[in-house]
Design a protein around this ligand. Structure first.
Ligand code: TTP
Ligand code: MG
Length: 321
């Protein structure tokens, strides 16, 4: 619990590396079958480094962590974290508001000059803060699937994200939209020109996040939806996936993010490159820099990507790191 509070703190301050280290450490600790009581014991667990082991020992000995008392005091962090819950608000915007002296959501509501979407994000703050039960994620997926298949029966809608990993509830709804032979452009135009306007008319979609992208670009639509007969708005991502990239997109959008990171790292160690579009071979690198895009080996078939990478198939429920 104490480490989790540290993790929350580093998440809201945007400290990427510590966030990763703490997540890994917490998961490794959870898997232990006996109580870890010393630094040496902690250190012997893969995934726990020197500094984290120090902290574990301190927690064992004192029942708390001095550093945490310190972090809890930071009022600015709490404010920033609250602002980060506003849909579409990133760390830069949240920090900016905090620096401008806004201290609460009602401060923002009353005094800040807000874009239309920021105002909606604020009004629906408590909706978006709530987790979405598994069944409800499924119901949103079904509405979108029906709308899409009424235009093109062969178009598929798959619910990805934490839902596909079997989570009981999710933070948002991630829908992959694809068809075996379709290009990105075909999926995008079907969704943006026909399905999204229709779902707005039906009262299912409520807002679309403003994107600065020109039309004819981008591979997703982000917004909010509400089920008929309910009032809570949910965050919804529609992801446009060409048939040829389906497997790689499934891996990416199933996550979790740490699992993805380890798969990408493995690919890189084997001289390959894995991203949400495919697995590529013969990639030449100079340090961090990619010198060529490589040759596509597999994009369509999720299982085949595992095979080529030499990783035993891992069902989505077990892709939690
Ligand atoms: P999210 O919807 O952000 O995550 P989630 O569905 O796993 O969890 P939640 O219940 O909170 O919605 O992103 C969907 C997937 O996209 C995620 O599982 C993995 C991938 N992803 C990354 O690999 N890296 C990232 O930084 C993000 C944001 C997502
Ligand atoms: Mg999600």
């Amino acid at each position: 619990e104490v480490l989790q509070q540290m993790l929350d703190y580093y998440t809201r301050t945007g400290d990427h590396w510590r966030t990763l280290a703490y997540r890994k450490g917490i998961n490794a600790l959870r898997r232990q079958t006996k109580k870890i009581k010393s630094k040496a014991e902690a250190r012997s667990i893969p995934g726990i480094g020197e500094r984290l082991a120090d902290k574990i020992e301190e927690i064992v000995l004192t029942d708390h962590l001095r550093r945490l008392n310190h972090t809890n005091e930071s009022e600015a962090d709490k404010i920033i974290q609250e602002f980060l819950g506003i849909y579409g608000c990133g760390l830069a915007q949240a920090s900016k508001w905090a620096a401008q002296g806004y201290r609460s959501l009602s401060d923002l509501r009353e005094r800040a000059s807000l874009t239309k979407n920021q105002r909606i994000g604020l009004e629906r703050y408590h909706d978006f803060a709530q987790r979405i039960p598994h069944k409800e994620v499924e119901a949103h997926g079904a509405v979108v699937r029906r709308a899409i298949q009424s235009v093109d029966k062969e178009m598929q809608v798959i619910i990805g994200g934490s839902y596909r990993r079997g989570a009981q509830d999710s933070g948002d709804i991630d829908l992959l939209i694809t068809k075996s032979e379709a290009t990105l452009e075909q999926v995008r135009s079907l969704v943006l020109d026909t399905v999204v306007p229709q779902l707005f008319r039906e009262g299912f979609l409520q807002i679309g996040l403003q994107t600065s992208r020109r039309t004819g670009e981008g591979s997703k639509w982000q917004g909010a939806s509400v089920l008929p007969g309910t009032t809570i708005w949910r965050r919804l991502d529609l992801l446009f996936v060409p048939g040829a990239e389906f497997g790689a997109a499934m891996i990416y959008f199933t996550g979790n993010d740490i699992f993805n990171r380890s798969m990408r790292l493995l690919a890189r160690r084997k001289g390959m490159c894995l991203n949400q579009r495919g697995l590529f071979k013969d990639v030449m690198r100079n340090g961090q820099m990619k010198l060529n895009p490589g040759r596509l080996v597999e994009g369509r078939d999720e299982r085949r990507i595992f095979e080529v990478l030499g990783v035993p198939w891992r069902p989505p429920e077990l892709r939690i790191c």
